[in-house]
Design a protein around this ligand. Structure first.
Ligand code: GLN
Length: 188
């Protein structure tokens, strides 16, 4: 793509500034999205981590839930964002997700993840992370932790149970921008 991809970050609550920073470092133009019409003309959308119930409530209040359901470009949901795209919420990814499923003692932790790119492991920051309980047949697992999927792709939708915006490693955001580039060249 000749121009930089235009990526929206849902900016209602949670770690949206950190995503915006990571996306800019990875070469994207970033738009903070707080109203439905701000989705127009975007090449992709990130739904950040935070508190999924709060984000869902605010999104519904602004009519952003319907607008995101109708948005046809790639979407990247991290942590609470992964919950919001699942079957029980926006239904953009064929996943069933359990909130806060790691329990109190191990609620937040860091772990090395193999991305399968032949490079050093990715440091995954997990904060009261959701756990994937079931995936549809079309879902591709891109990274696992202890045999459980933590980075997955369902077509144009990428989801991470961890917070790639809280480390300086841009590989997961770059993976999302590759999805965006693929989708944009198909459209062109
Ligand atoms: N546990 C949070 C929720 O259910 C998600 C945590 C996070 O995004 N870091 O919304």
């Amino acid at each position: 793509m000749a121009r930089s991809p235009r990526i929206g970050v849902l900016a209602l609550q949670g770690a949206f500034r950190e995503h915006a920073r990571a996306l800019r470092r990875a070469g994207a133009d970033v738009v903070e999205v707080r109203r439905p019409e701000q989705l127009d003309g975007l090449d992709g959308l990130v739904i950040p981590g935070g508190e999924s119930t709060t984000i869902a409530k605010l999104a519904a209040g602004y009519g952003l839930d319907e607008a995101i359901r109708a948005f046809e470009r790639p979407v990247f949901g991290t942590c609470a964002g992964m919950i919001l795209v699942d079957r029980a919420h926006l239904g953009l990814a064929d996943l069933e997700v359990d909130r806060n499923a790691y329990g109190r003692q191990v609620a937040s932790f860091e772990a090395d993840l193999e991305l399968g790119d032949g490079e050093a492991p990715f440091r995954g920051v997990f904060i009261r992370a959701p756990r994937v309980r079931d995936v549809g047949a079309g879902v591709e697992v891109l990274a696992e932790l202890g045999g459980e999927p933590v980075l997955l792709r369902d077509g144009r939708v990428l989801v991470a149970a961890f917070h790639p915006e809280l480390t300086d490693d841009l590989r997961v955001h770059e993976r999302f921008l590759e999805l965006v580039t693929e989708a944009t060249s198909v459209r062109a």
